[in-house]
Write a protein that binds this ligand. Sequence first.
Ligand code: NAD
Ligand code: UDP
Length: 312
Amino acid sequence: MIRKKVLVTGGAGFVGSHLCERLLNENNEVYCLDNFFTGQKQNIVHLLDNPYFELIRHDVTSPFFIEADEIYNLACPASPIHYQYNPIKTMKTSVMGAINMLGLAKRIKAKILQASTSEVYGNPLVHPQEESYWGNVNPIGERSCYDEGKRAAETLFVDYHKQNNVDVKIVRIFNTYGPRMHPNDGRVVSNFIVQALQGQDITVYGEGDQTRSFQYVDDLVEAMMRMMASRDGFIGPVNTGNPDEFTILELAQKVIELTGSKSKIIYKPLPSDDPMMRKPDISLAKKELDWEPKIKLEEGLTKTIDFFKTIV
Ligand code: NAD
Ligand code: UDP
């Protein structure tokens, strides 16, 4: 059997570790590249004994050379507290990381997929968001290093395709959750579960009437792999997310119910530029990838709570 050689940047992170695992299960050879800014060895320690798995400590802002058939470019901190910690580095990771990985793909003729984000839509004025919407993004706000970095990366992907014929694929990922989220990375699902399990107050920002659509990580990995295998010439961008939309208050109540916690809900100020609503239109993913999410919020939260019970 010929194994594909697949490079996953950001492979020791939350999503990357699930992707590496799935790629190995499907008989690929996996090179997991990470600088361990937000990724953890713990996420991939169970893969280290696999002879077809290789862990490489490297920062995507520096060039990197390897022979591979496919590249999944996930390297980038994804949670607001981490990407705002060093905003210049976040922008460098998105832009220089894209240039380095696209340059590599061009040289070795690999197919390359970019993990973009629903944040390219900013605080959207169109609801639900379809791929043709250009977004409403503040270029100089708290979130800009991430949003504009990811937008610039999309531009680079499309231009390497047009100018150099690189085989590119772009997915726009909506809020994703599941086991191996970092307990301290400040994202809403991990925050609420940790708070509920530890009996601390649940911190709802603003009134809790802002909405998000939460996708379970296995559904995302399936969509990314289908996108990588999609027909020649289809580059996206394509939304991947779960269109079931919840207010943040509803999420808090659901977490309390599923954990049986006695935690109380408290309200804290809404961070600036926090999008008021987010819900993907996934018609394109249905049509091109024959994909839609399978895991409902309650089922996914239950699995995620079980994971957090083992670490907090
Ligand atoms: P994560 O922070 O767990 O993973 C990111 C990984 O990239 C980490 O392992 C980190 O150490 C690594 N990394 C960061 N900067 C790097 C650099 N300069 N060089 C090498 N490695 C670097 O986040 P995640 O949730 O797994 O997100 C993975 C990707 O998916 C990111 O690109 C993110 O923008 C995108 N995404 C995620 C979500 C989500 O809800 N989880 C939503 C939209 C987009
Ligand atoms: N949020 C919250 N309490 C928390 C963490 C986040 O109410 O402890 C809110 C946050 O203000 C945002 C939503 O939950 O409106 C999702 O936040 P997250 O950081 O998970 O993702 P993003 O804002 O990037 O979609």
